[in-house]
Design a protein around this ligand. Structure first.
Ligand code: ZN
Length: 235
C-alpha cells in the first residue's frame, strides 16, 4: 500500500507525452521518383486513422471524383466550388459541415476538438495551368497521374497546426528522356561488353538519375508560379 501525504508538496516530473493523433507516421513519398505509390489510398483504412486524416482522405477522394471522367457532366462539383469560393481552404469551423456532407460517421460534438484547418494546394486547379517541371522547366507535357498515398501533410505554424493537401505531377517529356537515356546507356554498355569480351573487364550500366514526378509544393516548383505571391490565401 502506498500512502501519499497530500499535505507534503513534492515535485512531480510527468513523462513526456507524444501526440499520436494524426501523426506523420507514413513514409515520406514526396520524392518518390516513379510515382508508383499513387492511387494506393485504399491501403490505409479509415478506422486506423486519426479523426482529421479521415476528413483529409474523404476530401481527397471527393476531389479526385469531381476531377475524373466518371463525374456526371451535369453534376455539381460541390467540393471544388466550395474550395474556389473559400480560397482553397477549409477553415476549422467549416470542417464539421464538410465531414457531414462527405457522410463521415463522426461524433461531431466530440470530434470537433480534433479538427484543424485544411489548405488545398493544387496549382493546376487554382491557377488554371500545370506547374512547370522541376527539370525541363516547361509545363507542356506535365500531367496529374494521381495523388500521393498520404492524403496530406501537417504544417506546424507559429499560431496553429494545420494540414495541407496536394497532388503529384508527372512530366511525360522527362519520363521519355529518361527512358531514352537509359536505352542509350544500356546499348553503350552492351557494345563495350562485346568489345572487351574475353578480357577481365567489368562493364557497368550507368543509372540515369532524372526525377520526372514531383509534388505540387516542391520548392523548385513554387518560384515558377508567378501568381502565387499575389494570391496568397488566408482563412
Ligand atoms: Zn520535364
Amino acid at each position: 500500500m502506498v500512502i501519499i501525504d497530500s499535505a507534503s508538496p513534492r515535485f512531480v516530473a510527468p513523462k513526456d507525452v507524444g501526440a499520436t493523433l494524426d501523426a506523420e507516421d507514413d513514409e515520406d513519398d514526396d520524392d518518390d521518383e516513379d510515382g508508383d505509390n499513387n492511387n494506393n489510398n485504399t491501403t490505409k483504412q479509415a478506422g486506423e486513422e486519426g479523426v482529421m486524416r479521415q476528413v483529409l482522405r474523404a476530401v481527397q477522394v471527393r476531389i479526385k471524383y469531381e476531377e475524373s471522367d466518371a463525374f456526371p457532366a451535369l453534376g455539381t462539383k460541390r467540393m471544388l466550388e466550395y474550395l474556389k469560393s473559400h480560397n482553397w481552404c477549409i477553415s476549422r469551423c467549416d470542417v464539421p459541415m464538410i465531414a457531414k456532407k462527405l457522410k463521415l460517421d463522426h461524433n461531431i460534438p466530440l470530434f470537433k476538438y480534433y479538427y484543424t484547418k485544411l489548405v488545398v494546394w493544387m496549382p493546376h486547379l487554382q491557377f488554371g495551368h500545370m506547374p512547370c517541371c522541376i527539370n525541363c522547366k516547361d509545363n507542356n507535357k506535365v500531367g496529374v497521374p494521381g495523388y500521393p498515398s498520404h492524403p496530406g501533410r501537417m504544417v506546424v505554424d507559429l499560431k496553429e497546426n494545420y494540414f495541407i493537401m496536394g497532388c503529384r505531377y508527372k512530366c511525360n517529356q522527362c519520363k521519355k528522356d529518361k527512358e531514352r537515356l537509359n536505352a542509350i546507356a544500356k546499348a553503350a554498355a552492351a557494345t563495350a561488353a562485346a568489345a572487351t569480351a574475353g578480357a577481365d573487364v567489368e562493364v557497368e550500366v550507368t543509372k540515369i538519375n532524372l526525377q520526372y514526378t514531383f509534388i505540387g509544393w516542391d520548392s523548385r516548383v513554387l518560384p515558377r508560379i508567378p501568381r502565387l505571391f499575389n494570391e496568397t490565401s488566408r482563412c
